[in-house]
Design a protein around this ligand. Structure first.
Ligand code: DHB
Ligand code: FE
Length: 284
């Protein structure tokens, strides 16, 4: 049977892609952020995933305000990236896993999630940057992907409770997948940030740390908030934590923390990374 090995949680600020392109990983501004990925990559080396199910949000590349699905699941054989005007180099495309995508789509619809199914889908920095942080300098991506886009852009947004439930439904479906793949789940974006308006630059480190603790130990605590509460607490783009909440849901009840890093700021964002391995910690 397929095994969900764990989850990688990471910010996706476009400037990170610019820093990678310019080789600034050791620069004093960047190194406290990039250093957090040494432990992430070490864990991925041990976990050896074949497939990544990625909860992220599209920023206008694939969906715009005229049509914005609350939850969209990719079912393509390949996912192209395109430069969005941030000056980022275009990333090599990812292979999809249409059979696993359709299994998840069938399971989610049976579970009464009214998702949008995307047989062609572009991916933006929210997916490519975490992948570049995890697997720098690879000629071929080592994982096939199933992208799951959550609307964190246009209100009304789904609630934290709904995103946790979505993730849990994905987790149950993955547990029933008869393949022998090792599956890693990603949640990208956040943590607190607001890019526009009078609160531009807003960061709430207390809330971010409480979110990371809750994701590691008691994710249901986060369902006490509405998405509008999170806008107030974490900024209008801080709601990207919804992607982390969904990813945590897919990991099942028991997880243990492998690593975390939290650094303020990268661009306008409180930038973080974390790995939660699925299941209880093995005795040393
Ligand atoms: C920034 C953060 C984001 O999540 C994003 O999608 C774009 C920009 C930033 O902090 O610059
Ligand atoms: Fe974003």
């Amino acid at each position: 049977m397929a095994e969900v090995v764990g989850g990688v949680f990471a910010s996706h600020v476009p400037a990170i892609g610019g820093a990678i392109a310019r080789g600034l990983q050791q620069d004093p501004y960047w190194s406290p952020f990039f250093a957090g990925f040494d432990a992430v990559r070490a864990w991925l080396g041990r976990a050896r995933p074949d497939v990544a199910v990625v909860f992220y949000n599209d920023h206008g590349l694939n969906f715009f305000l005229d049509k914005l699905p609350t939850f969209a699941v990719g079912a393509a054989a390949e996912y192209g990236n395109a430069d969005e005007g941030w000056g980022l180099p275009v990333s090599k495309p990812f292979a999809g896993d249409p059979a696993l995508s359709w299994h998840l789509i069938e399971a989610l619809v049976a579970d009464e999630f009214d998702i949008t199914t995307c047989q062609s889908m572009l991916i933006d920095h929210a997916l490519t940057i975490p992948m570049q942080l995890c697997w720098p300098d690879v000629a071929e991506w080592p994982v096939r992907i199933v992208p799951i886009a959550i609307n964190t852009v246009q209100h009304p947004l789904p609630s934290p409770a709904r995103c946790l439930a979505l993730g849990r439904a994905v987790g149950r479906a993955l547990a029933r997948w008869p393949g022998d793949e090792r599956i890693v789940v990603f949640g990208t974006g956040g943590l607190s940030h607001q890019l526009e308006g009078p609160r531009a630059g807003f960061i709430n480190s207390d809330f971010d740390r409480r979110c990371m603790d809750a994701l590691a130990n008691e994710p249901d605590l986060l369902t006490r908030h509405s998405s509008l509460d999170i806008v107030e607490l974490a900024g209008s783009q801080g709601v990207e934590i919804l992607n982390w909440i969904a990813a945590r849901g897919a990991l099942g009840a028991a997880t243990h923390e492998i690593c975390r890093n939290y650094h303020i700021p990268i661009s306008n964002t409180a930038a973080a990374s974390m790995v939660l391995e699925a299941g209880l910690a093995r005795a040393a």
